[in-house]
Design a protein around this ligand. Structure first.
Ligand code: ATP
Length: 367
């Protein structure tokens, strides 16, 4: 019988490394990765191409095996279980549907392979078709469906055997922008209604922020940070995470004093502000700080400003406007202002401006 602590997690990845190739220089696709994924969680693996996301997913599915380390499912080591014996199913990027079979037949296929009774299969297919809202096209061949409808069939087929964990490998990347947005909401609904643990792979940071309960940011075979979208965006652990998630500003500053989790820093130009310290950091001397563009405001040069510079570019995005500033210190800084009907001061390229930083906006990075 497993202990309570073990039961808390659907998946535990413990010190997993994966090497490809043999000889003197095998390639390390995963390097000592550890992460725990909770039951009923929408968990996202986020990182640039080649960072090891798919490899980690394939290890959980059982399509390949770790060189070192262990993967546990609900507390039990699943190393010996072949893919079809794991209560885990995968939705692939290309859907892998049978184009000459109907929607219903595609959904039924996996259940038939598992030897489920016919009456159960009929019931499951009806339930799944309803869940993904495809009742109207149940008897249509999948080759005659739109991309979004095919995506729904792939999801229904993967959910039909009632897996405990669903692995989704960039499942929305073939869809156009609008459909992708719709499917993001749909996926959240499906996860919520079924209670299945979703592990979702993407390189799209916006997708990760909008969908995930928690995100693991990966780079070069390692997990750099695990946290809620809010933690990852607002409190990035290091420079890579800060730069990969959204737009951001980096500044160099000097630490004047530091206490538990906070430091007083002097900005280029002499202004003094408080900055958060990333977990485990003990900053001294010159440091990098990060400030999100929406946590700063352009002010009159004469006003009390934290930074000063010249406005190089004004870029209008409809919902907001970006102001690109060359600071007097030589660094670059972007301020994002949300557009509203109440207009602020009229600014023009070439203006000399000041910038104020919101209270709590700055964070010192572990470099
Ligand atoms: P993408 O977003 O492009 O799919 P990814 O983060 O999913 O990337 P992986 O597919 O996990 O990345 O690959 C990680 C690294 O391992 C890559 O450099 C890849 O070339 C390498 N790799 C993956 N599979 C193999 C293999 N079978 N043999 C050799 N190298 C491999």
């Amino acid at each position: 019988m497993s202990s309570r602590a073990e039961e808390e997690f659907a998946i535990e990845v413990c010190n997993v490394s994966k090497l490809f190739g043999t000889g003197a220089a095998p390639f390390k696709a995963l390097d000592d990765v550890s992460v725990n994924i909770r039951e009923n969680e929408f968990f996202t693996l986020l990182g640039p191409s080649g960072c090891g996301k798919t490899t980690l997913l394939r290890l959980i599915a059982g399509f390949t095996y770790p060189t070192e380390g262990e993967i546990r499912l609900h507390g039990s080591n699943i190393a010996a279980l072949p893919p079809f014996k794991r209560p885990v199913n995968t939705v692939f990027q290309n859907y892998a549907l049978f184009p000459h079979m109907t929607v219903g037949e595609n959904i039924a296929f996996g259940l038939q392979m598992l030897g489920r009774p016919k009456a159960d299969i009929r019931e499951s297919v009806d339930e799944m078709v309803k869940l993904v809202k495809l009742e109207a096209v149940k008897n249509r061949r999948t080759g005659q469906l739109s991309g979004g409808q095919q995506q729904r069939v792939a999801l229904a087929r993967a959910l039909a055997p009632r897996p405990k964990v669903l692995l989704l490998d960039e499942p929305l990347s073939a869809l156009d922008y609008k459909l992708r947005k719709e499917m993001q909401i749909e996926l959240k609904r499906l996860q919520h209604e079924t209670g299945v643990t979703f592990i979702f792979v993407t390189h799209d940071q916006e997708e990760a922020l909008t969908m995930a309960d928690r995100i693991a940011v990966m780079s070069a075979g390692r997990i750099l940070q695990v946290g809620t979208p809010h933690e990852i965006y607002d409190r990035p652990a290091d420079r890579f995470v800060a730069a990969f998630i959204g737009e951001t500003n980096f500044l160099t500053a000097d630490v004047a004093a530091s206490t538990d989790g906070m430091a007083e820093v002097t900005l280029p130009g002499g202004a003094r502000i408080s900055a958060f310290v990333a977990e485990g950091g003990q900053p001294t001397g010159q440091v990098s700080i990060v400030v999100r563009p929406e946590h700063a405001e352009i002010v009159d040069r004469e006003a009390v400003a934290h930074l000063t510079g010249q406005l190089d570019n004004i870029v209008y995005f409809g919902t907001d406007t970006h102001f690109h500033v060359s600071l007097d210190s030589g660094q670059r800084f972007i301020v994002r202002r949300q557009n509203s009907r109440i207009t602020g001061a009229v600014l023009a390229e070439g203006d000399t401006v000041g910038i104020t930083l919101d209270n709590g906006a700055a964070q010192i990075l572990k470099d």
